[in-house]
Design a protein around this ligand. Sequence first.
Ligand code: ATP
Ligand code: MG
Length: 777
Amino acid sequence: MGTRDTGTRERAHGLPTERTSFVGRRRKIAQIRRMLSAAPVVTLTGPGGVGKTRLASRAAAALGGAFPDGVWMVDLAALRSRDLLAPAIVEALGVRDHTARPPLEVLTGHLADKRLLMILDNCEHMVDECAVVARTLLRTAPELRIIATSRQSLRVAGERLLDVPPLALPSGARPPAGLLARSDAPRLFAERAEAAAPGFAVTEANGDAVVEICRRLDGIPLAIELAAAQLRTLSLDQLLAQLEDRFALLPAPGASPAHHRTLRALIGWSHGLCTGEERLLWSRMSVFAGNLDLEAAEAVCGGDGIARHDVVDLLSSLVDKSILISEHDGETVRYRILETIRDYGRQRLEESGQAAVLRRRHRDHYRRLASETRARISSPEQVSWLARLGADHANLRLALEYCHTEPGQTRAGLAMAADLMYHWVNGVYLGEGRAWLERGLAAETEPSDVRVRALWTDAVLAIIQADLPSAEAVLRECGTLAVEREDPMALAYVALGEGLLALSREDPVAAIPLLDDAVRRFRAVDDPVGVVEALIRLCVAHRSTGEHALAISIGKESLAVCDRHGLGWHKAYTLAVLGVAVCERGDAGHAAALVAEAVRFNRALRDQRGVGLDLEILAWIATTQGRLRRAARLYGILRTLWARIGDPPPSGYLHSAAHGEQSRSLARHAMGEPAFQEELERGAELDYDAALAYALEEEPDDSGSPDGPDRLPPLTVRETQIARLVAQGLSNKEIGKSLMIAQRTAEGHVEHILHKLGLDSRTQVAVWVSKHDPARG
Ligand SMILES: Nc1ncnc2c1ncn2[C@@H]1O[C@H](COP(=O)(O)OP(=O)(O)OP(=O)(O)O)[C@@H](O)[C@H]1O
Ligand SMILES: [Mg+2]
């Protein structure tokens, strides 16, 4: 769950939504288009605030049609460590990887056959690393195109540079108002002024002042926006007078390369116009990465000169002044600060001598968030807490980085990495989570509660990655420590971990007693999430050994625990696992309903990976129902989904990979290649929303209910499925495989069918089906 993609990302677009109007740059966009047709990398260079990021995303949106695999923005501004460059790209592309492969390898694998445009935004602080990554990716992905924004060139072969100039100023003196408004810089000013002071318009009377202001600001968009925001409180003439005062000492307007000085002076001026509290907040906010919510701003920036309850008003006045940008993320508002403005705040913070205190407060806040999430994971709030962590991934990372760079903080870092267990699993930050854990474990070698917790967390992540040897080693150490320390919770996790290991090795018989033991131990320490984690696997294990009734009753028990404690995420997982068991026992209709509930839940959580896992099961259920066209179309949907978000988890996550493969090839075989392909393509072409509506049968089926009714009287549902498969030409053995039943059972059903219909041969059954089944008539 919780991959937290925005609606746009769900359609293979990773561009931020534009919140303000865009002005000019038509020729630059055309130039970028031309350059990209000849070169794989175009780097937009230019000083801060000149509009590189905005131009890059506009150009990418305009070129989107040429890139079937989407256009994606990767913001590198918040990255402090070069090791995180490849993981950051993986994350921004929405790729979810379950393996222990290095992130760069994941990227090359994902991009190899893609026609995709990627923006690497703000490369300047790691130009060399960006160059290495770009080179590697371009070598393996010939169709990949990159737009980089940077204050300097990346120096990769095939790179084209495009200098982004400030917005155009009107040439000549006193252009008439009409013409003036067609000139880019005054137009931007007019549009932002209109937002700050409704009713504002450029006229013959104020045209000169507008042009003069834009000249003073060198046509730099960010400077123009900051100045225009002042029209809330100043008249146009006052604004001009203030700028003239402020800029009296600067070189003559337009004298390049003074752009950055102009912008700096303007930011300084905006700073001067802020109240003392606003200035404090601005400087303190520079310690965050990416964006932040109100609670974080209050917790980290409140106090010492800013009353906590004033923070909300201060934030909105900084938004009014164009210092901050407010972004809506579902129901919450988050605040972002542009890089150049953040830099200015950071310098003020350093000068104030408070930087170390603030960085510590930032870390403390996110450390608290991590530990509270752990405390609430067994409550109805689990979903909302995990979603919060997802939104704050960049800040969590920064807090962990702090723990490993400030002396004496590695223990806190280890505790935090362990507290984030469900965040790593949920966001599929498996590799990153393990890296933080292992960094902490290497630094904190003394046996302690924290070490034990970190060990079992590391083991769980390693098992999900199918890195079984590492998991085994880590679990062994954890087991020894748990016994020595008589730590009941650790012992429960060790039992769970060992059960998981056995299951991963496809040894359910060995897994069952271990998981039973884990359930008992988690019950004894009153840990519902632990209980459910173990029950879910126990359901899988019993199903694998053919004890379906037991598997189902355990799945139901897990559902009851989830309902009692409001564990939404685990409930969706349980529903899917239970669905498999129910289907195998022969009640495909009920199974499909259970899994559909899981899909609806994961859709609401915007968890595409969870949805993908559920759809795999739905497709398999459709095959066992003999609803082959539906199955084929679902496999098409899955092809598109997995191509976008990375490979599905290795196997055994819900039902084994072999199940899926078998079901795919059965559907293909039974339908015949051309019909299968046709449905597959239809599914693959659906966008995400339409695909889910189809999967959930929320929309009337446009193919006229290709699969027909569940039941063709006098046959039962099961017999109908089997009769359809017989009609497809499948042997009893193949039918058994397809429906996950013994060949003997299939034979028995076929006998019944012949008897009920008064027929003698399979061929006659095929004829009967073609007459009576609307789907095949
Ligand atoms: N052509 C444009 N039309 C409208 N607004 C623009 C335009 N270009 C830039 N802006 C606005 O000006 C501000 C600065 O632009 P942007 O962030 O793209 O600059 P940048 O060159 O990327 O700066 P930095 O080097 O700090 O990353 C933003 O608020 C952006 O929306
Ligand atoms: Mg930028």
